[in-house]
Design a binder for this molecule. Structure first.
Ligand SMILES: [Zn+2]
Length: 374
């Protein structure tokens, strides 16, 4: 991974490059940021930069033997730790490191969901078990193969159990020479305070709409308008934006789905509701999340149209036409509650709730809310 492949995050890149040029690299870094911000690929870009034998002031060369190995996440001094679904055959990261590398190389902005889908472990609890910290200690006791840094990238350290975290803490207190920890995390508030106090935090920001739009156009060669639409709906999460674009549902796909949902919710019809819910359940969790996010965007635009003025409406074309008719159903007296219900549904989809029960419940609540007069 090269720095130039990382979307946006210019300040962070400058800060990391500055550490190297000034020779002030701490022994432990914590890359924090929301999902889809690119802190994982940045960790690997930073590792590759440190390993590179002919780096320039702003990037690794991408061609030296060290770069070639690091580019495949196969550098012998690069160690990977990430959450796994623990089983008889899988007890630590190395047991599934091949799968991890493959997924990352195909999808550097991968989410924990992507990873667990790959493992066919959607319903299992992601965990970094105690065996892993024993392994970390063992690996760090070896000298480095190439004489430089040993770099331990820990993705989602918040998934460590208490015993694991305490063992890691001991290492962080007395780090072995020439060792660098790069922890990559979305929820620093879930980490032990004692760990946080021993690492240098590098905050990544939520990607901007422009950053994401540009990156989508250059990766997929799509129309700018489609890219922008996906970007707006993704809320700064590049992985989410990719999925929105690929399903080509940033526009009419979800509109039809949303319109059907609302028509059924408006005059509740149990038969139609069941059909919609069954169909929706088959679409998979990612799409269900996108649908909920899309609905939230529509609600927002209804409010804009009703109270702020049409120029603040983000949707255009077919959606705008729909909004002109639909907006009157979303107003001051039900907006907040609708947002709360759809957000809460999102939360439970992420946590593997049964989609049929969840969406039927959402349909019934929406029926109540949408019929509140303005
Ligand atoms: Zn190189």
């Amino acid at each position: 991974m090269l720095f130039k492949q990382i979307i946006g995050q210019t300040d962070v890149k400058d800060r990391l490059l500055g550490m190297v040029s000034e020779g002030r690299i701490p022994h432990a870094l914590l890359f924090t940021g929301p999902e889809g911000c690119g802190n994982l690929p940045a960790a690997f870009a930073f590792a590759q930069y440190l390993f590179c034998k002919s780096k320039t002031a702003d990037d690794a060369c991408g061609q030296c033997p060290s770069c070639l190995k690091a580019g495949k996440l196969a550098h012998p001094d690069l160690h990977l730790v990430f959450p796994i679904a623990k089983s008889k055959d899988v007890r630590k990261s190395d047991d599934v490191v091949k799968e991890f590398r493959e997924l990352f190389l195909e999808q550097p902005y991968m989410s924990l969901n992507d990873w667990f889908n790959t493992l066919d472990a959607e319903n299992k609890q992601p965990i970094i078990p105690t065996e892993e910290s024993n392994d970390i200690i063992k690996k760090l006791s070896y000298t480095s193969y190439e004489g430089g840094y040993k770099i331990m990238v820990i993705w989602q350290p918040e998934k460590m159990n208490a015993e694991s975290a305490n063992k890691l803490l001991k290492i962080l207190e007395e780090p072995p020479d020439q060792t660098l920890f790069v922890m990559v995390c979305n929820h620093p508030e879930q980490l032990l305070a004692t760990i946080i106090s021993r690492v240098q935090q590098i905050p990544f920001y939520k990607l901007t709409t422009d950053d994401i739009t540009k990156a989508l156009v250059s990766q997929y060669g799509c129309q700018e308008q489609a890219a922008r639409q996906a970007s707006l709906l993704s809320d700064g999460d590049y992985r989410e934006a990719q999925q929105l674009l690929q399903h080509n549902d940033a526009g009419s796909g979800f509109l039809a789905h949303f319109r059907a949902f609302m028509l059924i919710a408006l005059k509740f019809d149990a038969f139609k509701a069941t059909a919609w819910v069954d169909d929706n359940a088959k679409s998979g969790r990612e799409r269900q999340k996108q649908f909920l996010q899309y609905s939230l965007e529509i609600f927002r635009d209804c409010l804009m149209l009703n109270y702020a003025g049409p120029e603040l409406v983000r949707h255009s074309g077919e959606e705008k036409e729909f909004l002109n008719k639909f907006a009157r159903f979303v107003h001051r007296r039900n907006y907040e509650k609708l947002v709360e219900e759809f957000n809460s549904a999102y939360y439970y989809v992420e946590r593997n709730a049964n989609p049929k029960i969840l969406f039927m419940d959402l349909m019934l609540k929406t029926n109540e809310l949408i019929n509140i007069p303005a």
